[in-house]
Design a protein around this ligand. Structure first.
Ligand SMILES: Cc1cc2nc3c(=O)[nH]c(=O)nc-3n(C[C@H](O)[C@H](O)[C@H](O)COP(=O)(O)OP(=O)(O)OC[C@H]3O[C@@H](n4cnc5c(N)ncnc54)[C@H](O)[C@@H]3O)c2cc1C
Length: 518
């Protein structure tokens, strides 16, 4: 993506509470971001407030169609496995592997979208998405979480959220131009900054974009930034990427909501139906892998569908209601998989032939430690989203992580222009501060699974203290509603994870651990 010329920041574009900042740069400059969703769309929207022209490079032709800016309307295709047959979404977003996987989002994403896109809630609702309290009946290793209240989130499948974001970003921001192509090379200027970006266009031609002001890598797991920079910077460290492998699997199974579903849930005494006679989730059972390698949840997918997520570490992936029953019976802590869960499965029997399945395998997670390479990085290069970090999707944090990257970018752009030598360094320091907890909590949890191969230099023992503390802490989420509320905010990225280490909470957890009283 290229941006031409910084321009005076227009305070009317953002809520008045956002601090305004004006650049005084008059030099014509360009900027490039490689590839769009979802991090790239967020970054483009942020950059449109700071630059005159934003050029986005997207390799996937389908994203230029009208269909890619509308609620998804895909048909299905049959998949034959060794044990049977199921239907899956026949989507057209071939470069995004997880396009038809269930996606779950934290409250931060909704707050971010509301501030950037006027009228976001009503557009989302008109697409059939839900905006409602995050009451998912979260059961952590057998302890039902009971905060005082639930924050609001957006509930929409990935195949709807991506086109929605594409529409609100591209149709509301004339500064952004999208080009069909792939970034193939960066050329650096004498001060080491990215000056020219070479793009292979969709028609096969090569085109150079010169006077680049800021290059933003948002290529997801392709992580093009690492490859492009290592080709032009001889001293670029070869060990910036920390990777561990893991046997992370899960299937998501979507079903249309049968008639009277919410009424029937109420008759089954599903807890928490009192909010508005509906629930965002019937059950979300999650445990540390040293307690149980199975995870299970049944959530709303949007206004008209529900979705099961069944999986964990090195487990089978159910692909129909009967296999879900068997899978859930295998969960160790049966006391906390309530009977009503099985009855809800019965309610879905009449629509089981309409179900769709997606099987996910994630073999590795990584972090590119750009902050460590600050001295050799071009001052005008940043990376966000999965191009800088990919975590276990079990925790559903990837899209909010893109929003965090965009917030960091906005914050640094308010402090200095990318011509400042400290720009890239400041960005990656901020990003590290914001996302380290995401990386540490997911990685150290995955280390408890025997099939995980830790990063070189770390072992399965790494993080044992953190896991012990978490195991003790979650024993309080049922009875200590203040503690549950704090955790609910931390889980939704509305409070820092260090809040779970406040003196009051540490004292509570240690007292519980040593007295055996929750
Ligand atoms: C199975 C699964 C389930 C998930 N569930 C959730 C969830 O519940 N909640 C959540 O928040 N997150 C979830 N995630 C993570 C989330 O999907 C990602 O974190 C998020 O999409 C990252 O956005 P991004 O913009 O960085 O990358 P992407 O969305 O992957 O976009 C990458 C872009 O790069 C382009 N591209 C691809 N290959 C190349 C290439 N070789 N060269 C150039 N460009 C390329 C693509 O066209 C695309 O435009 C899940 C991930 C997986 C795998």
């Amino acid at each position: 993506m290229l941006v031409k010329r910084h321009y005076s920041w227009d305070a009317s574009r953002m809520p008045s509470s956002v601090r305004t900042f004006t650049y005084n740069s008059k030099t014509p400059t360009n900027k490039l971001i490689a590839d769009v969703p979802i991090g790239g769309l967020f970054a483009a929207r942020i950059c449109a407030d700071h630059f005159e022209k934003v050029i986005v490079v997207e390799p996937e032709a389908w994203t230029f169609t009208d269909e890619a800016r509308q609620p998804a309307n895909f048909d299905t295709r049959e998949v034959k496995t060794s044990t049977g047959i199921y239907n899956t979404w026949n989507h057209k977003r071939s470069r995004v592997y997880q396009y038809s996987a269930v996606h779950f989002y934290q409250a931060l994403l909704l707050r971010f979208a509301r501030r950037l896109f006027p009228g976001f809630d009503s557009i989302a609702k008109s697409w059939g998405d839900l905006i409602r309290p995050l009451d998912v009946t979260l059961c952590l290793s057998g302890h039902l979480m009971r905060p005082h209240s639930y924050v609001e989130t957006i509930i929409a499948p990935r195949r709807n959220i991506e086109p929605l974001i594409r529409k609100v970003v591209l149709e509301g921001t004339p500064e952004i131009e999208i080009i069909h192509g792939t970034v193939t090379r960066y050329q650096l200027s004498s001060d080491g900054s990215v000056n020219v970006v070479n793009v292979r266009l969709g028609n096969g031609e090569n085109k150079d974009f010169s006077n680049c002001a800021l290059a933003v890598d948002c290529t997801g797991i392709a992580q093009s930034g690492v490859k492009l920079l290592s080709r032009v910077i001889p001293t670029f460290p070869s060990d910036l990427r920390q990777t561990y492998t893991a046997d992370i699997v899960y299937s998501t199974l979507e079903y249309p909501v049968p008639p009277h579903f919410d009424e029937d849930l109420r008759k089954l005494n599903v807890p928490g139906m009192e909010v508005d006679g509906m629930k965002s989730g019937v059950l979300t059972f999650s445990a540390s892998p040293d307690i149980d390698n199975r995870l299970a949840s049944l959530l709303r997918c949007d206004a008209n569908r529900v979705v099961f997520t069944m999986g964990g570490w090195a487990v089978d992936m159910p692909v129909n209601l009967q296999e879900i029953r068997e899978f859930v019976k295998g969960i160790k802590n049966q006391n906390h998989v309530p009977d009503y869960f099985y009855k809800v499965l019965d309610l879905l029997e009449p629509v089981q032939h309409l179900g769709t399945v997606y099987e996910a395998r994630v073999a590795n997670c990584y972090k590119v430690d750009y902050a460590r390479a600050a001295k050799v990085l071009p001052r005008n290069f940043v990376a966000l989203g999965d191009s800088s970090m990919r975590v276990n999707p079990r925790f559903g944090q990837g899209v909010s992580k893109c929003a965090m990257g965009a917030i960091c970018l906005d914050s640094v752009l308010r402090q200095m222009p990318p011509s400042n030598r400290a720009f890239s360094k400041s960005f990656f320091e901020k990003l590290t501060t914001r996302t380290t907890a995401v990386w540490d909590s997911t990685r150290l949890s995955d280390y408890a699974a025997p099939g995980t191969n830790p990063i070189p230099g770390e072992t399965h023992e790494t993080g044992r203290l953190m896991r012990w503390y978490n195991d003790q802490l979650i024993k309080h989420v049922e009875n200590d509603r203040d503690l549950a509320q704090t955790l609910h905010h931390v889980q939704n990225f509305l409070a820092p994870s260090t809040d779970m280490l406040s003196p009051a909470i540490v004292a509570r957890v240690l007292w519980g651990a040593f007295t055996g009283k929750a």
